[in-house]
Design a protein around this ligand. Structure first.
Ligand SMILES: Nc1ncnc2c1ncn2[C@@H]1O[C@H](COP(=O)(O)OP(=O)(O)OP(=O)(O)O)[C@@H](O)[C@H]1O
Ligand SMILES: [Mg+2]
Length: 334
């Protein structure tokens, strides 16, 4: 029987599906459009197409984000969405191949949440599921090294971990990511300009001007609503004024990473000093962020080419190196 070997990154904002031999097949929003007729849930669309449907007014379906903070928030919708992603990644006509899935998850979730992810992926069509914490997947994707210091800043979480050949030596997951940055921009506008911008507006502001370079005054004009939602006005925001509210969140991540750096064992300290910190996750695209963290921690910081898919691509390596995967998840024969 044919078999397919997939990696699925269980992201709160984006789902990445990679396959051995091909690489990234799907990188789409973790969104499902779900209809519910007579108590029977059905998938209308998944991913980018589902996100587009959010604009449809008076629709007979709901737009759901089935993953929140790295855990499955809506089991049925998640199963339908992942089923669609797996179907797109492994198209077949008659005989279903055996589908193996390595799922990359946040290192802050508990065993119950891991079991839920496993159950959902099995329902979605996987025949075998192995759960791995994201920093280990990023580590696996690096050139062979003794140890790694990984900071993965996604949408809802930051994973900060020191890994060696035995697994994660010290790791934690903070509820700070791109969404918290967007919230900080929204709150700043309320506090300073006494008006509101939408989360989608904050996302645009972030991607267009927010950076961690000192003194950058790039401006952007945004539409706002009054606090009561009636009047509309346009305001000009600059990168310089947003640096403080955004920097406060980044500094929390830096502080945790700093404390963690004290836990790097001597055996891999040299390797980490030379190899540096690997900064990944979509937020790693923020200009100046890597330099800022590097200055604060005095350890070189590198961003891989595609930081948002680094974990999923890294985990593909486990299909070549099953022993290493088995040792990371404490299983003797995988
Ligand atoms: N150019 C950019 N500047 C700043 N942030 C960006 C940029 N591009 C993407 N992002 C942010 O990256 C985040 C998405 O990253 P990613 O796909 O790694 O998240 P995720 O894996 O789905 O989330 P999580 O790991 O928290 O579950 C979003 O918050 C998005 O705003
Ligand atoms: Mg992620």
């Amino acid at each position: 029987m044919k078999q397919a070997e997939l990696v699925i990154d269980i992201g709160s904002r984006n789902t990445t599906v990679c396959s051995r031999g091909v690489g990234v097949l799907i990188h789409e929003p973790t969104v499902a459009a779900i209809s519910n007729r007579g108590g029977k849930m059905a998938l209308v669309q998944a991913g980018r197409q589902a996100e587009r449907l959010a604009a449809v007014k008076q629709a007979d379906f709901q737009i759901l984000n089935p993953v929140k903070e790295g855990t499955i928030f809506h089991e049925r919708a998640a199963a339908l969405m992942y089923r669609e992603f797996i179907r797109r990644a492994v198209p077949y006509r008659i005989f279903k191949p055996k589908i193996k899935v390595i799922a990359c998850v946040s290192c802050g979730i508990g065993n119950m949440d891991k079991r839920t992810i496993e159950r959902v992926l099995l329902k979605a069509g996987a025949d075998e599921v192995t759960i791995i914490e994201s920093p280990l997947a990023v580590f696996e994707g690096m050139e062979r090294r003794e140890g790694a210091f990984v900071i993965d800043i996604g949408a809802s979480k930051s994973e900060i971990a020191v890994c060696d050949e035995n697994g994660i030596i010290a790791g934690c997951s903070l509820n700070i990511g791109g969404d918290a940055i967007n919230n900080a921009i929204v709150d700043y506008v309320v506090d300073v300009y006494r008006c509101k911008i939408r989360m989608s507006g904050a996302e645009d502001v972030k991607r267009q001007i927010v950076n961690m370079y000192e003194g950058d005054r790039s401006p952007i004009v945004v539409n706002t609503e009054s606090l009561h939602g009636e009047d509309r006005a346009r305001i000009k925001l600059t990168a310089a004024e947003l640096r403080e509210p955004v920097g406060r969140l980044i500094d929390k991540i830096v502080e945790v990473a700093f404390n963690m750096s004290a836990q790097i064992p001597e055996s891999i300290a040299m390797d980490i000093c030379n190899g540096g910190i690997t900064l990944c996750g979509g937020t790693a695209y923020m200009p100046g962020l890597a330099d800022y963290i590097e200055r604060k921690l005095e350890i070189p910081v590198y961003v891989p080419d595609m930081p948002e898919t680094a974990a999923a691509m890294g985990a593909l390596g486990f299909y070549r190196d099953k022993e290493r995967l088995a040792s990371f998840i404490n299983v003797e024969n995988l």
